[in-house]
Design a protein around this ligand. Structure first.
Ligand code: FES
Ligand SMILES: [Fe+2]
Length: 432
């Protein structure tokens, strides 16, 4: 990020703190139908079009560090295997034997130069090709060249491995758009996987995720934890192509930096020196469509991932990535030891605060007492996310009573943003 960009964003945060109404021209956000969180039909459309066509975070290279290492993955439903090939390339396949569908591997992780199905010992190379069929002669003219493991698209951004079920999807780099460059300073090519834990939540995946997509709630449910770090009044949301977004907010003026550093930088964390001024002095939280939210800073890359396991249940993955932490315990931003279960982990205070209402909200949304969701300008990151959900599904395919209106149009998508001119205009007016 250039010095000019940094100066601009700092001005935008100050301008946000001073405005007394939503910016001129910013659209009023129509109510969103509550049924978007409760409709079986909408959930089916999400699974089919959003989770089958988006790039999804699946693994960190530390989980399959050497050639021959593999891991299973099923967060998006279908059973997948991610394989670090003997040729060094990382690939993904359906974990489904081309004979009669048994799993090709059964352990969550392992290492082997070949993958052998346990049912009848069909054997595959790590590039997916079928190389062994016992009693081959009894299959007549079976063409082994056509019976390799079915691939799933798999691409990396630094050390992070993403998958996509759609053969026609754009490349991962195209999908990331401006984020691919903007994230270079966070050293995705160097960060290691420090922690990855899952928890089951009893609410729709969007209910859970949206608790992390605005800072309007921060003073009220996080008075002790996040509020000293984030000035909710001075938060500036940017909308990016492909449904991604960024929130940027400074610490409240009364918070001194020593306090912030004490919370954010435990002693065994290594600072990511390339992170610029905004990442080290403000809180930035990115939405990576569809289900990743991550507050990137100069100490960590800690995505929260929200996987729908049914219409009203969600698997929350809490991941911490950081630069090498030496001999100490790996840093873990989001979980703490579970006192009730030796060796177990439980959600940290911040995550407990953010998830506390999910189940009750889901019950409300399923009741007759809640019909629609009104969102403020500060919550527009949620609205634009819903707009993109409908776009991914295909707006015409969404039943009319479930759609959101596409009111945040391309004019507001970064790097275009009429608010920059408004901010400059306000600055000139003040100077006069
Ligand atoms: S199902 Fe895999 S070898 Fe038969
Ligand atoms: Fe929160």
């Amino acid at each position: 990020m250039t010095d000019e960009d940094i100066a601009l964003f700092k001005q935008m945060m100050e301008w946000e703190g001073q405005r007394r109404a939503p910016p001129d021209g910013f659209p009023d956000l129509p109510d969103m139908p509550a049924a978007r969180y409760t409709s079986k039909e909408y959930f089916r459309l999400e699974c089919e079009h959003i989770f089958r066509k988006s790039w999804l975070f699946a693994a960190h290279i530390d989980e399959i560090p050497e050639p021959g290492c593999y891991m299973t993955w099923h967060n998006a439903g279908d059973p997948i295997i991610i394989v670090h090939g003997m040729d060094g390339q990382v690939r993904a396949f359906y974990n489904t034997c081309r004979h009669r569908g048994a799993p090709v591997v059964t352990e969550p992780r392992g290492r082997a130069p070949r993958l052998m199905c346990g049912y009848h010992n069909w054997t595959y190379k790590t590039d997916g090709s079928l190389v062994g069929v016992p009693q081959r002669q009894d299959f007549g003219n079976l063409d082994m060249a056509c019976r390799g493991l079915n691939p799933v698209r798999c691409e990396a951004y630094g050390n992070l491995i993403f998958v996509n079920f759609d053969a026609d999807a754009p490349t991962l780099t195209e999908w990331l758009g401006p984020l691919a460059d903007e994230w270079v300073e966070f050293r995705f090519d160097k960060i290691r996987l420090a922690a990855r834990h899952s928890f089951e939540l009893k609410c729709n995946w969007k209910v859970a995720m949206e608790a992390n997509m605005e800072v309007y709630h921060v003073p009220y449910i996080h008075p002790e934890t996040v509020a000293p770090l984030v000035d909710a009044q001075r938060n500036f949301n940017s909308f990016y192509p492909n449904g991604h977004a960024r929130m940027l907010a400074p610490a409240p003026r009364q918070t001194d930096r020593a306090h912030v550093r004490a919370i954010e930088s435990p002693p065994n964390w290594q600072r990511i020196e390339t992170v610029g001024e905004l990442g080290s002095t403000a809180t930035q939280s990115y939405t990576l469509f569809p289900n990743w939210v991550s507050p990137l800073s100069d100490y960590f890359v800690p995505p929260l991932l929200f996987w729908p396991t049914s219409l009203n249940t969600t698997r929350l993955e809490l991941v911490t990535m950081a630069l090498d932490w030496g001999d100490g315990p790996p840093p873990d931003l989001w979980t703490v030891p579970d006192e009730a279960m030796p060796g177990g982990r439980q959600m940290s205070q911040i995550i407990l605060e953010d998830t506390q209402f999910g189940e009750a909200i889901q019950q409300s949304m399923e009741s007759a007492g809640f019909k629609s969701v009104p969102l403020s300008y500060q919550e527009a990151r949620i609205y634009s996310f819903h707009q993109h959900c409908d776009k991914m599904i295909g707006i015409e395919q969404v039943p009319p009573e479930l759609r959101v209106k596409q009111v945040i149009d391309e004019r507001w998508v970064w790097p275009r943003d009429p608010r920059i001119a408004l901010m400059r205009q306000a600055g000139r007016t003040l100077a006069q």
